[in-house]
Design a protein around this ligand. Structure first.
Ligand SMILES: Cc1ncc(C[n+]2csc(CCOP(=O)(O)OP(=O)(O)O)c2C)c(N)n1
Ligand code: SF4
Length: 281
């Protein structure tokens, strides 16, 4: 996509659906918007079928707000709750098989770089902990080791939410979930440690408690992936259904988890630091 693709010949604009007209005229494309602008423009995602009060849906809304150039971005997702809303957003969305998001992202990123050498194109994978730390694990790791220049965002609800509550590699040790009644027998996989080992240029861990931090983290991750190397954001996005969290207590839960074991963490390479120090973000 590009701004040119979105534009409609003036004579045809009145035949377009109102939703599309609003996107072209009042959408985020080609504009530098801040978090404080939310509510004043037509957002990329306005309606979705995710559960009421779902922290993942809230996180995705903010992450989409953070994209530095949505008109030049492709999002990769897969089976799991996140794609229910990502596929509704006004942004190209590629549905990878459940395991191959990061392999497909590699191909798309490389292809776009060849086809548009003078126009940066951002590729962002957003998928669940099962999709990335279990079945897609090897493709995530290999992409990092190969230093592929795209962003991976793990929507870590610590369970297979979309299929009714099986444990994932990111579930906590000892946790009992609906379809794993015996309790998890090993620790949460240390994806942050693995990302460090693989030389990921920018790594962040966060919860949805601080909207401006989500926006600045995603923006940094996308821009560093564009210029420096692979980036990884791991976001705690609780599942109300599988962990029985009433919607009104979602933020309370996120604050508690942040305090106890999911504190904000940011690790970056020297090259990424130099890039940020240059004031590009
Ligand atoms: C190859 C393959 N295996 C299994 C499935 C079934 N499946 C669909 S969603 C899902 C779990 C999703 O869990 P996660 O990736 O953690 O995302 P969440 O739904 O929790 O956001 C599974 C196992 C599938 N679609 N494809
Ligand atoms: S099942 Fe859980 S993660 Fe999925 S939409 Fe519902 S609350 Fe969100």
């Amino acid at each position: 996509m590009a701004l040119r693709t979105l534009q409609v010949s003036p004579g045809f604009m009145r035949f377009m659906p109102k939703e599309y007209q609003d996107l072209v005229e009042k959408g985020p494309f080609g504009r530098k918007l801040k978090l404080s602008d939310l509510g004043t423009y037509k957002e990329l995602l306005e309606e979705h079928p995710m559960c009421e009060g779902c922290a993942m849906a809230f996180f995705i809304r903010l992450a989409l707000t953070a994209l530095p150039a949505p008109e030049h971005t492709v999002i990769l997702g897969t089976a799991g709750c996140g794609r229910l809303s990502l596929s509704q957003a006004a942004i190209p969305f590629v549905y990878g098989n459940y395991c191959d998001t990061n392999g497909v992202a590699t191909g798309i990123k490389r292809g776009l770089a060849l086809r548009f050498p003078d126009q940066p194109k951002d590729v962002v994978v957003m998928a669940g902990d099962g999709g990335l730390a279990d079945i897609g694990f090897s493709q995530v790791l290999h992409g990092w080791f190969r230093q592929e220049k795209f962003t991976t965002v793990m929507l870590d609800n610590e369970v297979y939410g979309n299929t009714g509550g099986q444990e994932s590699g990111m579930t906590k040790r000892g946790e009992v979930v609906k379809m794993a009644p015996v309790g998890k027998k090993f620790d949460k996989i240390d994806m942050i440690g693995l990302a460090k080992t693989a030389g990921v240029a920018y790594i962040a861990r966060l919860t949805p408690t601080n909207p401006s931090r989500i926006v600045s983290t995603i923006r940094k991750a996308v821009l560093i992936a564009r210029e420096v190397g692979p980036t990884y954001v791991q976001a705690y996005t609780s599942c109300n259904i599988e962990y029985a969290i009433p919607p009104q207590q979602v933020m309370e839960d996120a604050r508690r988890v942040e305090k106890e074991r999911y504190g904000f963490l940011e690790v970056m390479s020297e090259e990424a630091k130099a890039f940020l120090g240059g004031g590009e973000v």
